[in-house]
Design a protein around this ligand. Structure first.
Ligand code: 6PG
Length: 232
């Protein structure tokens, strides 16, 4: 399986945040210039905090930008595990306070019901996304494509018409909501943002593997031209 990616190794996490934020801004400005609006899908987890704080200070007409999530834990925004509250604290502030936001969490009885509601809401957004920023876990997952996810094949269907799907994976800690692979592959730009030696090793394992069921991040690297940004 061939991989399509470009590797950007940065000396520091600050340098990474500055360069990746600069790339995202250029794409948002071009999208606003040509279509009057832009759609940015971002990941949660811990890694992107500095990137988001850097991006939030950038001079963009944020009222024309909608921010959505690549994936979400099935927990309310009051939970410390909520990606939505992480984004609100670190990205939807400063200049970017005026951006629109479409979260994935819904206070429904089941993650399936929440996914259906979020799917309908996201179908009104201007997909394809202009920029998708992915993270990666040291098990090789990206978005909520966990190696042990029930029906991983449905999440990794490159032609899925869905916007949001429910995820059950024992290793994830809680149920999840995720964009399917199709919404990532169809994005105009995709970056994978990873930091530290452990994730560099995981990336090497993923690139050496040809099985997306074992290293799900491989499904993105196999198809989309991905800009990989890494710092120690
Ligand atoms: C999440 C994610 C997930 C994340 C990776 C890396 O909700 O957990 O969006 O895909 O990007 O797990 O997480 P860290 O940055 O915390 O290592």
């Amino acid at each position: 399986m061939t991989a399509r990616y470009r590797m950007h190794e940065h000396a520091t996490r600050e340098a990474l945040a500055a360069e990746l934020a600069g790339d995202i801004v250029q794409v948002l400005l071009n999208a606003i210039g040509s279509r009057g609006e832009a759609l940015l899908a971002v990941s949660g987890g811990k890694t992107p905090k500095l990137l988001f704080q850097t991006l939030a200070r950038e001079d963009v007409d944020w009222r024309r930008v909608t921010v959505t999530l690549v994936d979400e834990r099935f927990v309310p925004p009051s939970s410390p595990r909520s990606n939505e509250s992480f984004i609100r604290r670190n990205l939807l502030r400063d200049e970017a306070a005026e951006a629109g936001f479409a979260g994935l969490y819904r206070p429904a009885a089941t993650v399936e019901m929440a996914a259906e509601m979020a799917d309908e809401a996201l179908s009104a957004l201007p997909f394809p996304a202009d920029y998708v920023v992915l993270g990666m876990g040291s098990d090789g997952h990206t978005a909520s494509f966990f190696p042990d996810a029930v029906d991983l094949g449905r999440l990794l269907d490159a032609h899925s018409p869905h916007y949001v799907l429910p995820v059950h994976a024992a290793s994830a800690g809680e149920d999840r909501l995720t964009l399917p692979l199709s919404r990532i592959l169809s994005a105009r730009n995709v970056a994978l943002h990873i930091e530290g030696e452990e994730k560099k090793e995981t990336l090497a394992r993923a690139l050496a593997s040809d099985d997306a069921n074992i290293m799900p991040v491989r499904a993105v690297l196999a198809d989309a031209p991905v800009e990989i940004h890494w710092a120690p």
